[in-house]
Ligand binder design. Structure first.
Ligand SMILES: Cc1cc2nc3c(=O)[nH]c(=O)nc-3n(C[C@H](O)[C@H](O)[C@H](O)COP(=O)(O)O)c2cc1C
Length: 225
């Protein structure tokens, strides 16, 4: 099993609840599946560029014009995206670790998603066939911490909503979420209990991921003439 772990948190683990969720998740996953191939991308070490006009032309122009050849500059603008897309396409499972910032994903994580979810890199798109995945990711796991508490479908939560829709668009509908809510001790006396519950949930989701069926769906058998 290949797992790509992308982390968008500048804090050390002892100060970051979401990174502690990641430690619990991977501790359990590696215990259950010691042969897991784990690739870590720390976005603060490998900062994604913001989406540029050249990247836009480089990846989208070929969608509308089969003959289109990216210029050298456009080609270079796809460097970060291409490298990350390669890691993405090798993965069976994607794990995203992050805090909630201003009700959504941190800007550095959004920049990474914008780079990676590009036509020709992680999916193909056409009028005839719609969106066709170029990746084989079966499941995305979000490991999230927030100061406040958001019940399911809370209108303020743009984070899980955005992640769900972005990955669903490229054919991944299995999104597992471990969320340590109420981590602001000023407002939540029970923030430690909430964290403990989320750490337990991280272990449980790791068990589910360890059991994930990675076999390809069987093709339709040819009928004998
Ligand atoms: C810039 C910034 C914005 C934040 N925005 C929100 C927010 O919109 N909603 C919320 O519940 N908590 C918000 N918080 C609180 C964090 O989500 C909370 O501290 C969480 O534990 C951070 O995760 P970490 O411990 O892994 O760093 C914000 C914190 C920062 C620094």
């Amino acid at each position: 099993m290949n797992v790509l772990h992308v982390c968008a948190n500048p804090k050390p683990t002892e100060e970051s609840v979401s990174k502690q969720l990641a430690a619990a998740f991977f501790g359990k996953l590696i215990e259950l599946k010691p042969d897991v191939e784990l690739v870590n991308v720390n976005l603060y070490d490998e900062k994604p560029p913001f989406y540029s006009y050249e990247l836009y032309r480089g990846v989208w122009n070929p969608v509308f014009d089969e003959e289109y050849e990216p210029t050298k500059v456009e080609d270079m603008a796809t460097n970060y995206a291409s490298k990350q897309a390669e890691l993405f396409n090798e993965a069976d499972v994607l794990v995203l670790t992050m805090p909630m910032w201003n009700f959504g994903v941190p800007a550095i994580m959004k920049a990474w998603i914008d780079q990676v979810l590009c036509p020709g890199l992680t999916f193909d798109i056409s009028k005839e066939d719609g969106v066709q995945p170029l990746h084989k990711i079966k499941s995305v796991v979000l490991l999230v911490a927030s100061g406040g508490v958001y019940k399911e479908d809370d209108d303020r939560d743009a984070l899980t909503r955005q992640a769900r829709h972005a990955f669903d668009f490229i054919g991944i509908d299995d999104i597992e979420i471990v969320w340590a809510e109420g981590q602001n001790p000023l407002f939540f006396d029970d923030c430690d209990e909430r964290k403990e519950l989320a750490l337990e949930a991280a272990g449980e989701i790791a068990e589910d991921i360890a059991d994930l069926d990675l076999s390809e769906p069987e093709g339709v058998e040819a009928t004998a003439e």
